[in-house]
Write a protein that binds this ligand. Structure first.
Ligand code: DI6
Ligand code: FE
Length: 400
């Protein structure tokens, strides 16, 4: 068999679901053809008579699947650094909101930006993720909150994938917050629902998200958005139980959502419902940290019920200005009690699952996209343990 490229003398963390731990393989090799993995396993088990256009020896380095950041608000304009200073000086989030800051400030700047300006603003953030081995990233809208601006955000997100070697999945989050100045939530939810099929027809959107919270949208309003998504043939996900328990986790599970995200206030019933539905728990320690939250997501209940757990940066200008998935892995361990295996799986296999990409990405297995992160470390624990250190040796995207 002729490979395009074969990587030899590697230690693999395959993340294969049928193997224990990280599915480690010592003395391993990965072979690629046409951008896909055609072999991942022990070098000694390579098919007899193989040949390759390119052979790369990795001198025992660790290979993981390319990292997957499955929940970001990477596309937005403006900065909220000044607000951060105000909060450090004692101002509350509500005071800043009333003074025109908060989400409204980002909405104002985002509405004023062209698609090109949104792309230019997002690229430095995307580049930080890529520099740490991210090969797939999800990007949400939700700072336009009017049809044209939401569409521009999604266009910018789509355009990122033409500017960098990375897979971008786009999510329409019209139900993120009420547009500044508007007060009729029912009417705004109608508008969100009406836009979904148009965005789908325009090829701008891969999934639909909503923010279920007292300060955002009620479970009944979210259910309407989900029904419109289903009608358009789009999968759904939910910002759920971040600040209070509105039973968003159960709501997401009942709608067969790909994921429910945040989940600090989720109860055991919600965790069990998610496990039954196969809805992934996406935990976002960056937002937990920035908000100085003290209530932790119910990790023990997720483990007990077998709810799959992913982690993500939640990169956004307000509550998680975070562009490091490695730091996110450390935070998940330090703040939420994740094991090393859970943290690595959470940023690879489970994050891919949260995007509906379980058959395409997230593990080193024949048939999947050949997206790799090659690390200058002795053990996977190094990826989780170190803070502010990037040991990426090389990133491979679709075999290159
Ligand atoms: N949850 C959050 O914490 C952020 N959005 C969301 O759905 C807040 C975003 C912001 O402040 O800009
Ligand atoms: Fe978010």
């Amino acid at each position: 068999m002729l490979f395009d490229t074969v990587w030899l003398d590697a230690r693999l963390a395959t993340l294969r679901d049928d193997l224990p731990g990280l599915g480690n393989v010592d003395g391993g090799a990965v072979a690629a053809r046409d951008g896909r993995i055609v072999f991942a396993g022990r070098e000694a088990d390579l098919p007899s008579g193989w040949d390759a256009r390119e052979r790369v020896s990795l001198d025992g380095r660790l290979v993981t699947p390319g990292l997957v950041d499955c929940h970001t608000h990477l596309v937005y304009a403006g900065s909220r650094a000044r607000e951060f200073e105000m909060r450090l000086a004692g101002a509350t989030y509500e005071e800043i909101s009333r003074a025109g800051g908060g989400i409204a400030a980002t909405v104002k700047a985002t509405r004023a930006a062209s698609v090109d300006e949104l792309v230019d603003a997002a690229l430095p953030r995307l580049d930080r993720l890529i520099a740490e081995g991210v090969t797939t990233v999800e990007v949400k809208s939700g700072y336009g909150l009017e049809d044209d601006a939401e569409a521009r955000m999604l266009e910018a997100a789509r355009s990122l994938a033409t500017r960098r070697p990375v897979t971008v999945l786009t999510t329409y989050l019209g139900a993120h917050a009420m547009p500044p100045g508007a007060s009729d939530k029912g009417a705004y939810v109608d508008a969100v629902c009406a836009l979904i099929p148009q965005l789908k027809r325009a090829g701008l959107v891969d999934a639909v998200d909503a923010f279920c919270e007292g300060i955002a949208f009620s479970p009944a309003q979210v259910a309407r958005v989900f029904a419109a998504a289903k009608e358009a043939g789009l999968p759904v996900k939910l910002h759920a139980d971040q600040l209070s328990n509105l039973h968003g986790a159960r709501l997401a599970a009942e709608h067969g959502a790909l994921s429910a995200d945040h989940l600090e206030y989720t109860d055991e019933d919600g965790a069990a419902a998610m496990a039954r539905a196969g809805t992934v728990a996406v935990l976002l320690p960056g937002a937990y940290y920035v908000l100085r939250e003290t209530r932790k997501p119910p990790v023990a209940a997720f483990r007990q019920h077998g709810t799959r757990m992913a982690i993500s940066t939640d990169c956004n200008p307000g509550t998680s200005p975070l562009t490091s998935l490695l730091l996110t892995m450390n935070m998940a361990a330090t703040l939420f009690g994740f094991t090393v295996d859970e943290a690595v799986a959470g940023a690879t296999r489970e994050a891919a699952r949260a995007l509906g990409l379980a058959s395409e990405a997230g593990t080193l297995e024949a048939g999947k996209r050949c997206d790799l992160a090659i690390w200058d470390v002795d053990a996977a624990a190094e990826l989780v343990y170190r803070i502010g250190f990037n040991p990426l040796y090389k990133r491979v995207y679709r075999g290159n």
